[in-house]
Design a protein around this ligand. Structure first.
Ligand code: NDP
Length: 281
């Protein structure tokens, strides 16, 4: 069988998913195509849904701004996608559409791998409370993070997030202003930045506290090099940095497993895949 896969979003041009997914198809010995589809409005979304129902497309990844809006077209949502209220993977099976969210898997597995499973959970800070923060919060819950501080421009959005998804650990919520950010960074063991580039003005002239042996970790969900200046600052101050490329890789592997219904993770050399994508970003 030849798989017809793709990614929808707006914008979608910058996406590394085609290189990633073509590589995964090759590694598992499957043949197929993986295209980018710019979807700017509901009419174009309808067209893609139609192609999935007709079996012209076997599956798609979904990126912003469609992760929530596509939900109404899906016949069966996984429990994770239901709880999160967003999905990033769709599969067509006999005209039925199945929806899954693999961002949580992407986040948890990239974090575990980069920290050799010794999660720096003494004092975790999450910046932002948007779409990707939902997946991060659920991931931290799965990893049994005991204590979390969330900083966000709109405090109520962070409160809503915790209320909707639930969190078993202790949670503190504060507003994202330079003062709270600086104070929080001093005590943090792991900082997870889920903010889009447009939400990062508070970081201008920000100082990361110096550490000696990379005992603090800065995890940035963004992976485009031009947006990784904050990560550079953290690295210069001695922090271990993790960028969004690992999350992209693991969510992509989980999507491929969802489409093919078999193991892909065990066949992948993550280091060489990371290097391959690193050259293209
Ligand atoms: P959202 O648009 O949902 O982010 C919303 C968040 O940004 C809210 O916390 C919002 O605050 C805040 N925000 C927006 N504008 C501003 C501003 N001007 N000032 C302060 N805060 C602001 O984005 P996503 O969560 O979907 O994505 C965030 C990033 O994560 C993107 O760059 C995306 O590419 C990346 N990402 C990476 C993945 C990967 O695999 N590596 C997967 C998913 C996302 P408020 O609540 O106050 O409005």
């Amino acid at each position: 069988m030849s798989y017809h896969l793709g990614i929808i979003g707006n914008p979608v041009e910058h996406s590394l998913s085609p290189i990633l997914q073509q590589h995964l198809l090759e590694i598992v010995g499957e043949v197929g195509t993986y295209e980018k589809y710019l979807v700017e409005n509901e009419t174009q979304l309808d067209r893609v849904i139609q192609r999935l129902r007709l079996g012209e497309l076997d599956g798609i990844n979904v990126t912003a701004p469609w992760k929530t809006a596509i939900g109404i077209y899906i016949d069966e949502l996984s429990l994770t996608a239901q709880k999160l209220g967003a999905l990033n993977t769709v599969k067509s099976v006999d005209t039925k559409l199945l929806g899954e969210n693999t961002d949580i898997f992407g986040f948890t597995h990239s974090l575990m791998r980069s920290t050799n499973n010794s999660l720096p959970f003494e004092n975790v800070v999450m910046l932002g409370a948007g779409g990707s923060a939902r997946a991060v919060l659920m991931g931290l819950e799965q990893l049994k993070c005991p204590k979390l501080t969330i900083l966000n421009r709109t405090v109520e959005h962070a409160e809503d997030l915790v209320q909707q998804l639930g969190f078993s650990g202790e949670v503190k919520i504060d507003s994202l202003i330079r003062k709270t950010l600086n104070q929080t960074l001093q005590a943090a063991s792991l900082v997870i930045n889920t903010l889009p580039p447009s939400g990062r003005k508070t970081f201008h002239r920000l100082q990361f506290p110096e550490v000696n042996q990379r005992e603090k970790v800065y995890y940035d969900l963004v992976y485009a090099k031009k947006y990784l200046k904050i990560a550079q600052k953290a690295e210069n101050a001695g922090w271990q940095i993790i960028d969004g490329l690992g999350m992209l890789i693991y969510q992509g592997i989980a999507s491929m497993e969802f489409w093919l219904e078999r193991d892909v993770t065990g066949k992948i050399d993550i280091e060489s895949l990371y290097k391959k994508l690193d050259q293209r970003r």
